[in-house]
Write a protein that binds this ligand. Structure first.
Ligand code: PGA
Length: 247
């Protein structure tokens, strides 16, 4: 799956142009395996423009519950909006909004309860990477975020090294492949029902490096920030993904 993470970007006019460009690029090839996570405020606009094509429209985050929580969007609101997937644990939420693994685990539980596909984001800091602690860090994040939860078949993990997000720096695709294999093993051993999740890579994916990632056996797609803001570039990346992964 290829997911666009628009973060706090977009406006009504430019979203319209983006959707029309995507439709003109994809309408004869189909919209399978494409997800878009716009801002909450633009969710319905994007849903109305694209949902009939089968594109999955999701949220970038969710709160753990509803009620007296000013400024929040509750899990039942997400379900009510027909949100198809939801990112949780993105490093910007962890860093700027102090989401810890315990909170992310609660969010996971609520998504499962409301039958919304969870896209659990994990990733190590540059210090952890340099100290050779990547696998240890990822294992802790996975175990603490899914602890005590029954894993759904549709769980997606997005591996996003914090130091690769929005920087233009990426780990070597071969190393990412090894890490994805490790992530699949950790998730599988943490679940009673032996779930092997799809694992997406995220962090400075663009149309020039996408092929190097998608040829790797365990890289099942991408979570794309900056390069997803341009519909033509995003479509180019989808084309590359399909050529290499959907044979
Ligand atoms: P980037 O962002 O593609 O701009 O590095 C990825 C993300 O934050 O999900």
């Amino acid at each position: 799956m290829i997911i666009a993470n628009w973060k706090a970007n977009g406006d009504i006019e430019s979203n319209k142009i983006w959707c029309n460009q995507l439709i003109s690029r994809m309408s004869d090839k189909g919209f399978k395996s494409i997800g878009i996570a716009p801002s909450y405020i633009h969710f319905n606009q994007i849903k109305n423009m694209l949902k009939n094509n089968g594109i999955e429209i999701g949220f970038q985050d969710i709160d753990i519950e509803g009620g007296a929580r000013t400024g929040s969007i509750s899990p039942s609101m997400a379900a009510d909006s027909e949100c198809s997937f939801c990112l949780i644990g993105h490093s910007e939420r962890r860093e700027i909004f102090n989401d810890d693994n315990d909170t992310i685990s609660k969010k996971y539980k609520m998504l499962a309860k409301h039958h919304i596909k969870p896209v659990l984001c994990i990733g190590e800091s540059f210090e952890d990477f340099q100290a050779g602690k990547t696998e240890k860090k990822l294992q802790t994040q996975i175990e603490e975020c899914i602890q005590g939860n029954i894993l759904s078949e549709n769980l997606i993990i997005a591996y996003e090294p914090v130091w690769a997000i929005g920087t233009g720096n990426t780990p070597k695709p071969k190393d990412v492949n090894t890490i994805h294999e490790f992530i699949k093993d950790v998730v599988q051993s943490a679940t009673e029902n032996n779930i092997v999740p799809q694992v997406l890579y995220g962090g400075s994916v663009n149309k020039n490096n996408a092929a190097d990632f998608f040829v790797q056996q365990n890289i099942d797609g991408a979570l794309i920030g900056g390069a997803s803001l341009n519909a033509d570039i995003f479509s180019d990346i989808i084309d590359i993904y399909r050529r290499l992964r959907e044979r």
